[in-house]
Design a protein around this ligand. Structure first.
Ligand code: GLP
Length: 239
């Protein structure tokens, strides 16, 4: 695992983009994340595309997760997030982008088909943020490491943390999500995990320090992955 500390989210995201670019080509498959963490990385990706240095025409992407219970048109859905923050600004073919179909009327079927799609794919680089409780994707503490795609009841602290995107009102935050499992995340060839701000410090400590691997802190499984880059700002740094 490579652990890198930067002065700011901007600097970390610039370096994350350099690392990403060194690991992919224009036919690669990306695992994408949402939330406040990867936004500056997406800014870098868009800028490099606009400068004519990279094309997404043949890039495929798979997103980690999506809320259950809000429509894709909701401004905080992860479908909308991806359009707003990346897809609408590069030449990616929307048919090559995949976000869990969490508003399907038959969720069980949607879980099964996302799993099948992922099983057929090989993600070259998975981008990850991290929850304050160590969740990756929406794999909350206690999720078995061998879990595949599933529907999850979000933990109180996650609902609380994400209420900032829903006018600070926890009642407006979806209580469930559909997420890739830990097993799916671990299949990626490379992982770039970003973390910014004090609230991520404990999770980053558990991830980087010591040998403990526990389902109670989902991110700790990444210690078993052969190619992980962890980039943080100084507030998330635990040292
Ligand atoms: C969210 C997402 C995760 C994300 C994490 C941190 O709930 N499901 O994929 O990494 O929690 O969010 P943020 O980047 O907004 O701090």
């Amino acid at each position: 695992m490579k652990y890198l500390v930067f002065n700011s989210k901007k600097e970390a995201s610039q370096e994350a983009y350099k690392i990403l670019k060194s690991l992919i080509n224009e036919n690669s498959t990306l695992g994408l994340a949402t939330g406040s963490t990867p936004t500056d990385l997406y800014v870098e990706m868009i800028a490099d595309y606009k400068a004519g240095n990279f094309s997404y025409k043949n890039i495929k992407s798979y997103n980690l997760d999506e809320y259950v219970g809000i429509s894709y048109d909701h401004p905080e859905s992860y479908h909308k997030f991806m359009e707003k923050n990346l897809f609408d600004h590069v030449d990616i073919d929307k048919a090559n982008t995949h976000v869990p179909d969490a508003s399907a009327s038959d969720l069980e079927l949607a879980v099964k088909s996302y799993q099948e799609e992922l099983n057929k794919a090989q993600i070259d680089v998975q981008i990850l943020g991290i929850g304050g409780n160590g969740h990756i994707g929406f794999n909350e503490p206690g999720t078995p490491f061998d879990a595949g795609v599933h529907v999850v009841d979000l933990k109180e602290e996650t609902i609380q943390a994400n209420s900032r995107f829903f006018d600070g009102d926890i009642n407006l935050v979806p209580k469930q999500a559909m997420t890739m499992g830990i097993k799916d995340i671990m299949r990626a060839k490379h992982i770039i995990l970003l973390a910014f701000g004090k609230a991520k410090q404990d999770a980053i400590r558990s991830l980087v320090e010591g040998d403990e691997i526990t389902e109670n802190i989902p991110c700790t499984i990444l210690k078993n992955h052969p190619s992980v880059f962890v980039l943080v700002d100084k507030d998330a740094d635990f040292q």
